[in-house]
Design a protein around this ligand. Structure first.
Ligand code: EPZ
Length: 416
């Protein structure tokens, strides 16, 4: 079990390259199943969730080679439609393969997906939407057996703009002969990336990035070569680390368009955000300002994935702040560990009140999920003394090398 040992209270100054987006790369890798030609995906982050996606592709019979950040997939000989339980349980995105395997093979056998424990994470919207579109889906305990006997042209309205459900519908229907409209679709930039890749393969999809996505009948898909967008959540991680520690950092590759509310909140806590040619410069001096109230919302609202990083910075703000989590029903697990570092936090699974203190102190803390773990690293970099963050395997799911990146910014952080 790896641990990160961090000696805090150092300003962060320097430059860091922002890795490719985990949440764009994963559905795009699933989409490579929709053609028997070779696909080349560049700027794929080297993270354990991508490793799991590669294992799923290989388990289905695809030929996959990985060279640094480039993944080549040839799904000419798909000889299975079963995704084994041990792989399904490694990450939430494994459910993305349901739509892709159904779109390719017409039948799929999966188990319930795993992923970070952020509260209930049902897949009812995925199942109900795919059923509406012609999939016969039987749930037997943990196992889900799906057959696509016909693909219907339908209008699907999501009760909630679910990212995964939106992507699963796109993956199952992109290569079919049906016309589908998705209303109340999720609007995340990663969905635009998926649409761009699918269209490069031969799909006829428009509207991604808005709440109405239109999928039109398409011919046989060809291969495609594509570069994944930058990871806005990783860029947000380092932005809030600078806000908490003070200093100035250049985030090369960060796409300001994807992070409007993230940067607006940063400005409101007193951090400067300057757009430059190929990235964004973040500068902060002194303690962050407190925030009367911030609420996480579906994109383009303030992202739930950035909520832990903001809370970490607000623990040393110069006043009281309130953070409301509206997307997941248990995403404040990391606050127990922040309290071990001297943070003053009260509240419940929906809203927390943070009373800013002048400084946190080092402690032994445990990552309990991917972004909560990254928030503990931010707090440790800002705290006085030494902090040991354990269960770093959670952080490896979404960060290529968090200690490499933060060391480039001047942090004193070691992986043991
Ligand atoms: C995606 O998860 C991201 N993961 C999450 O990032 C992100 O937090 C989330 O979107 C919200 O932006 C990937 O893209 C791989 P949802 P997803 O479906 O698709 C409920 C990270 O750290 N819901 O939009 O699972 C669900 O329980 C991860 O990178 C249902 O009730 O998110 C949740 O409360 C964490 N039924 C809410 O909707 C369903 O069928 C949002 O879920 C589907 C979802």
């Amino acid at each position: 079990m790896c641990e990160l040992v961090i000696s805090g209270r150092r300003c962060l100054c320097g430059e860091v390259d922002i890795q490719g987006s985990k949440n764009a790369a994963l559905p795009i890798l699933a989409a490579t199943l929709l053609t028997d030609k070779e696909c080349v995906i560049h700027n794929c982050p080297r993270i354990t969730d991508v490793e799991a996606a590669v294992e799923i592709l290989r388990g289905l019979g695809a030929r996959v080679s990985v060279d640094e950040n480039t993944v080549c997939v040839c799904a000419a000989n798909i000889d299975s439609n079963v995704i084994p339980k041990n792989l399904m349980e490694r990450m939430r995105s494994s459910v993305m393969f349901l739509g892709a395997v159904l779109g390719r093979a017409g039948e799929a056998i999966i188990c319930r997906p795993g992923g970070c424990r952020l509260g209930d994470r049902p897949i009812d919207m995925h199942i109900n939407s795919l059923r509406r579109l012609g999939a016969k889906i039987e749930e037997a305990g943990d196992c889900i057996v799906c057959h696509l006997t016909e693909t219907r042209s339908e209008n699907i309205t999501l009760l909630y703009p679910s990212v995964g459900a939106t992507e699963n519908i796109m993956l199952m229907c992109a290569a079919s002969g049906s016309s589908v409209r998705i209303f109340n679709a999720a609007r995340e930039p990663e969905i635009v990336d998926l649409q761009n890749f699918l269209n490069l393969m031969g799909a006829r999809i428009c509207g991604a990035g808005t709440d109405c996505i239109i999928i039109r009948p398409a011919g046989k898909f060809g291969g495609a070569e594509y570069t994944v967008m930058p990871d806005r959540i990783v860029a947000s991680t380092y932005s809030y680390a600078v806000s908490a520690c003070g200093g100035e950092a250049y985030l090369r590759g960060a796409e300001i368009e994807h992070m409007k509310l993230v940067f607006e909140v940063l400005k409101q806590v007193g951090t400067e955000v300057i757009k430059e040619d190929e990235g964004v410069r973040i500068a902060a001096f002194g303690r962050p300002k407190s925030l009367n109230m911030i609420k996480t919302l579906p994109y383009p609202g303030f992202p739930t994935d950035v909520q832990p990083f903001l809370s970490a910075a607000l623990t040393i703000a110069d006043g009281e702040s309130r953070v409301c989590e509206t997307i997941f029903n248990s995403r404040f697990g990391y606050t127990e560990d922040l309290k071990k570092m001297g943070a003053v936090i009260d509240g419940d699974n929906h809203t927390i009140e943070i009373k800013g203190v002048p400084a946190l102190h080092g402690a032994n803390v445990e990552a309990k999920d991917l972004r909560g773990g990254a928030a503990l690293v931010i707090a440790a970099a800002a705290a006085e003394g030494i902090t040991v963050v354990s269960n770093v395997e959670y952080i490896n799911r979404g960060y290529e090398n968090i200690e490499r990146d933060l060391t480039r910014l001047g942090a004193d952080i070691l992986r043991i």
